[in-house]
Design a binder for this molecule. Sequence first.
Ligand SMILES: Nc1ncnc2c1ncn2[C@@H]1O[C@H](COP(=O)(O)OP(=O)(O)O)[C@@H](O)[C@H]1O
Ligand SMILES: [Mg+2]
Length: 424
Amino acid sequence: MTDQTPPASTDVLSAPTAGRVSEEAVWEVLRGVIDPELGSDIVELGMAKGVRIEPDGTVHVTIALTTSGCPLRAEIQRNVRTRVGALAGVTHVKLDWTELDQAGKAAAMERARRNIAERAEQTAVPSSTKVVMVASGKGGVGKSSVTVNLGAALADMGFTVGIMDADIWGYSVPRMVGLDGRMHAEEQPPEPDGAAAGDKRARIIPNEIPVGDGRLKVVSMGFLVEDEGSALMWRGLVLNRAVQHFLEDVDWEGVDYLLIDMPPGTGDVQMGLAKLLPRAEMLIVTTPSLTAQKVAIRVVDMGRKNFLHIAGVVENMSAYVDDTGREHRLFGTGGGDRLAEDAGVPLLARIPIEAAVADGGDHGRPVALADGPAADAFRALARRIVEDVIQPTDMSGCSSRMLDAVQAALDEADSGPVATRAPS
Ligand SMILES: Nc1ncnc2c1ncn2[C@@H]1O[C@H](COP(=O)(O)OP(=O)(O)O)[C@@H](O)[C@H]1O
Ligand SMILES: [Mg+2]
């Protein structure tokens, strides 16, 4: 088999003509498949070896792994299947597996090494952390409620969940999880190569609470300012930087899922975050009302233009379920289905409207940890995410060996010039 070079990126976001998928389109979505261990996409790492398209729409993708038998194979496989399978005109996705040769491995390691060095300057989010942006077209649809309850349900399952409150003006996460007080910073031990310069790095430690078998780690503007009024005085540029700090300077080590409560719409903060976190998944929250979907689809478009993966739609404030189990559609019906269909993604959950959701939010006790129809819906959403949609990274069995090799390569490179962080 001969290796193929991916063609230069073209405007693949426009629909392919005549229902036939192009090789370029396949290569482009393969760039969204990240090897969580090496922290790069499989095209860049040279692991995507070939793409062949049959006239009936069957797409063959050849993937070379660093080592066979690593559990990440399943994750890469799932990722390739869902992403390529979602392209218009694709009927089947078939994967062929091979192993990287010695030169290929060396090149992949070199790329991973460079990524680790670059990422150290960019975000402090480990590549094994699943980043989930919770977004919506407009405010008041329940984005923060979904973020907090999904976070609580995931933590209850035993995961360590980070919640980053990026809705700087309208922050509400601290109240909803019942946390207050300042965040503190801790000096990190200096990097071996930076010791002479004495550039000790301070890391912000998120406020933390145990939930069930897991933990919630929360970062919010609410832990930094005196009151909501003073947050309003911060100007746009400063706010953008604040959100960037939450990614660069917060200690997110050990976090399985990082949920980001996004500001509504498609402003500067949202664009900035999308650029900083190209491997994030997006959940779009909407209401059942059909009129809300036009603004919501713009958020989907923004995500896609930045190569984010849209994981699905959550319809909130769906039918109220009374004591007899009867449904009452207070806010219309069909909005979630319509948006999911327009975006070509699954509708992952319908969260009923229920006083306990608002009540739990006001009193810092997420309803997902109690009982009732909304609690059930949030827990079902969490299970679906873990089992199916955004599975946690399992690096057991292969990570140590590979990361040791990367570390060794880094140590070797320490003799040469190393990029250092500019103080901010
Ligand atoms: N499913 C629900 N049932 C009842 N009230 C809800 C539900 N979802 C959200 N709310 C309430 O609606 C208001 C707006 O929700 P919020 O999560 O703050 O929205 P957003 O973050 O999108 O602005 C809050 O008062 C919240 O408690
Ligand atoms: Mg909110």
